[in-house]
Each structure stands twice: as C-alpha cells, then as structure tokens.
Design a binder for this molecule. Structure first.
Ligand code: ADP
Ligand code: MG
Length: 481
C-alpha cells in the first residue's frame, strides 16, 4: 500500500514591537524574570487592555505580503484555560473573526517547480508566560516577562505532502516575516515556533486521515525530523492494524521521536467568547495605506527581478534573496562593479564560504559591499586576475585595507609589460625542449590543449601575476615560429 502524508502548519511569530500587545511593558528578551510584567501582564483585577497599534500594522503588512483577505473588522476573544503561566485564566486571541483571512505563498520544490500553499488565516494574540522547572527544587518558577508579547499565529491549509515541503513552507513564511521586519526571526529565543499537524492516507484517497499535532518546534531541522518520524510512526500503527488517535505529541530532539502529550478527550474546551474589554478592530483605508506605505519589494518579486534584470538562474536568484540583507548586499556589489554575474559568483562563492567559516551573518561581514565591488572592478579592468583577487579578498577580510591598498602594498598588480612577459616565456621554452618538440609535432587542434602546460609554467614564474591572455598570445607566437 502506498501512503501519502498530509501536513498543515500553525506558526507562531512573535511580532517585533517594542511593547506588549495590551500593555506598555517591554518585550525585550533576556531580562530578569518578572521585571517586564506590568499589573496587566500579571492578570490583576481591574486592569484593562489597550491594543498596540503597531501589532495591527504588522498584521496588515503580512496580509498584503501573502495576498490575503484583510478583515475590515476583527474581534478579540477570550480563550479560557487554566495554567500557572496564564494568571488571567484566559488568553486573548482571535477566533471567529481573525484579522487576516485566506492568502497564499509559493514554495520552490526540489525539481525546480513552484507549488502554491494556502494560508487559511492569521490572527493576533498574546503569548503566555514561561514555567521554569530547573533551579526550583520541587517547585515551578513562573516568569511573566513573555506574557502579553504579541503573536501572529499563521495557520496553513493541509497542503503539504512531505516534511521537505513543510520545511520549505515554514522557511518561506520565515523569509516573509523577517523581510517585512515584523519578526526578528530569532528561533533560539522562540520568536518563530511551529506546530505541525500530520496525517497519512492511502494515496489517491480524497478524505483526510486522523491527524496528530506536534507542538512547539523551534528549528527547521527538528521540524523535518519530527514530521518524518511521525509519518513513519503513523504508517506503522495503521499497517499493524491499529488506528491513529487524534492527540497532541511532543517532539523529543534528543531521542528523535514524538511522544503523546494529551489526547482529544483530555483536550480543553476553551469556551471562546468575545472579550468585552476590547473593541472590535476596525480598519479604514487610511490605516491600511499608512501601514503598507513603506512596504519593501517582496522576496518573490525581487527574485523575479534578479532573474530578468541581472540574468541570474532561478537557483542563484533564490539564493541571493534568501534574506533582505543578502539581496541588498548583492545589489550594492553589482552597483559598484557593474557585472551582475561576477558579483553573484563572488557573493555565493568566496564571500559565503568566508562568512560560513567565521560563523558570521552577512550583516556582520567585515568586507563591505562597495569594497567587494571595487575588488571585482580590479578583475574587470585586468589589474589583477581572479586568482590573485582571492588573495586580495583574504587580506581585505583580515582588515588590511581596501582592494587598491592591498594590491599596492603587496605588489599584486598584474604584469602586462611585454618585455617581462617575453622573458618568462623564453625561459619556459628553453627549460622544456621535449614539450616544445611535442607541441610542434602535434595537430593544430591538439595544440590548443597542450599550450596550457606552458601557460601554467609562466604563471608560476610570475607568481600568478602575468596577464594570462597576453601569455597565451606570446607563447603561441614563439612556439609556432
Ligand atoms: P485546531 O483548531 O484544532 O488546531 P484546525 O482545523 O484549525 O484545528 O487545523 C489546524 C491545522 O491542522 C491547520 O494547519 C490544518 O491545515 C491542519 N490540519 C487539519 N486537518 C488535518 C489533517 N487531517 N492532516 C493534516 N493536517 C491537518
Ligand atoms: Mg491548533
């Protein structure tokens, strides 16, 4: 029997506002526990929430970026449950009328084709606090600094058919929210967390199988592994004659397995109802125009433009638009050197390797985009060869100065003086009589290949500084005499 996996994701993105969604407390990460929890975040009676305008603007931007329906009127609701890190006894969320309705994104599949993934909805809500189990013997610590941090929960349609597709979709959402600047994307700090809903069905079936929900996965690698584990587990259960129980499961990264957390029967009945302390959110044209006024060119548009304007392949264009910082860096290099292909090769090659080796993000790159552009300019105007440029790049990386300064200080200028080049050419010819005889005895089409040996010898003598085209030309003249 052939099985097909079906996956839908719920992604919690922390919105990058300075203060919380309903209080003025700071959302900064890492403060002493409970120093950023106001009376409201503590759930004190008598306090009233006031909606953070910025959080609404961010939701509007997101709606626009995924071409979604934007609700002109949305409503906050209370989701009632008891937990120590939720002192009010309910979470303020949106239920029946979310701010963002149906939208879609495109993901790039491994075979190079595009697949559209539907977004069902995205709603605004507040985050809960944190329960701390370490450091408290036999007790649980409660930190309410995170309570009230604004979240945009993005719910997908069950459109993914493999763990790979789910990861591609999650990465796409990640790219969009960080590109828009509405989420800082720091996954270690929990700014971007995924719940994966997974089911399997016999291939060709229309009906969906019973799903399980894998909670709170905060890395793309774990997301892929957790889903793959869960698909295998479900297939095994069914093939052994069992059936899948709808339940919430936790992914244990250390053991690479999922474990049951709670089943549907134990699941909470949230008794949702509209929050009487908050007005409905009504968006007018002015608000929407204001919120979306300085929307940047979006990743997909920029990728398409890189293909058409810079003549890049789809793969290169998607690599270079991995983040906005990447795309900006690349375009600044192009502007500085004028050669889009050469710039792409360097940004994805030498530069990416150096960043990787030093574990740096492109924002922290010690070589500026204009600096790299200048260096590439020196290849293009034949001051140095591509090979020497790598040497110059290393020196620039180490802080030894600009391209021109390094070339000057190290004497790396390409030798184009015919006298010097001819001297090396003659030496090489004199030192290799056998190869010279072979060359002269060979057919014209063979010679083209054989000349490489002589060029290599001359380049070696010049320590890489001879102009290769000139060397080639001179060698041909001499050898064909
Ligand atoms: P809930 O409110 O219980 O979380 P939803 O119906 O809102 O349930 O769905 C939550 C997520 O689960 C969505 O992303 C949806 O696409 C996905 N989903 C729903 N049914 C299935 C299924 N049978 N298999 C896989 N994913 C599913
Ligand atoms: Mg859910």
């Amino acid at each position: 029997m052939q099985w097909e996996a079906v996956i839908g994701l719920e992604i919690h993105t922390q919105l990058a506002t300075k203060s919380k969604i309903f209080s003025g407390s700071s959302t900064a990460f890492g403060a002493e526990p409970n120093t950023q929890a106001s009376l409201l975040d503590l759930g004190m009676p008598g306090t009233l929430p006031v909606l953070n305008r910025r959080a609404v603007e961010f939701a509007v931007r997101f709606a626009k970026a995924i071409d979604a329906e934007l609700a002109r009127r949305s409503v906050f609701a209370r989701k009632n449950y008891f937990y120590p890190d939720l002192p009010k006894g309910y979470q303020i969320s949106q239920f029946e009328l979310p701010i963002v309705g149906r939208g879609h994104v495109e993901i790039l599949l491994e075979d190079g084709s595009l697949k559209t993934i539907g977004v069902t909805r995205a709603h605004l809500e507040e985050d809960a606090g944190k329960s701390l189990h370490e450091d408290f013997h036999g007790m649980t610590g409660i930190d309410l600094n995170r309570a009230g941090t604004p979240l945009l929960e993005i719910v997908s349609e069950p459109d993914m058919r493999s763990a790979r597709e789910a990861v591609a979709y999650a990465r796409k959402i990640y790219q969009i929210v960080t590109w828009l600047g509405i989420c800082d994307g720091n996954m270690q700090e929990g700014s971007f967390r995924c719940d994966a809903n997974v089911s399997v069905r016999p291939r060709g079936d229309e009906e969906l199988g019973t799903r399980t929900e894998l909670k709170n996965i905060n890395s793309f690698r774990f997301l892929e592994r957790a889903i793959n584990y869960e698909i295998e587990r479900q297939i095994e259960v069914i093939e052994d004659g069992g059936s899948i129980v709808q339940e919430t499961r936790l992914y244990d990264a250390e053991r690479d397995e999922t474990r049951s957390m709670r089943s549907k029967e134990e699941a909470n009945d949230y008794r949702y109802f509209p929050d009487p302390d908050l007005l409905p959110v009504v968006l007018d044209d002015d608000f929407i125009a204001e919120a979306t006024r300085d929307m940047p060119e979006l990743p997909d548009q920029r990728r398409a433009r890189f293909e058409s304007e810079h003549g890049l392949s789809a793969y290169d264009a998607s690599m270079l638009t991995a983040s906005r910082a990447h795309a900006d860096y690349y375009e600044a290099v192009v502007a500085a050197c004028g050669d889009a292909k050469l710039a792409a090769n360097w940004v994805m090659g030498e530069l990416a390797a150096a960043l990787n080796k030093a574990s740096l993000e492109i924002e922290q790159c010690p070589v500026s985009a204009t600096g790299l552009g200048e260096l590439l300019g020196r290849i293009l105007d034949s001051t140095i060869s591509g090979k020497i440029a790598k040497q110059v790049f290393e020196a620039m990386w180490a802080g030894e100065g600009s391209a021109d300064e390094v070339i000057e200080a190290k004497g790396l200028k390409q030798v184009t003086d015919t006298g010097a080049l001819a001297g090396w050419v003659d030496e090489v010819i004199a030192a290799n009589p056998e190869q010279v005889a072979n060359y002269r005895a060979a057919e014209a089409d063979k010679r083209k290949k054989m000349i490489g040996f002589f060029v290599g010898q001359v380049m070696k003598k010049s320590q890489g500084k001879a102009n290769p085209q000139q060397v080639n030309e001179l060698l041909r003249q001499r050898l064909e005499e």
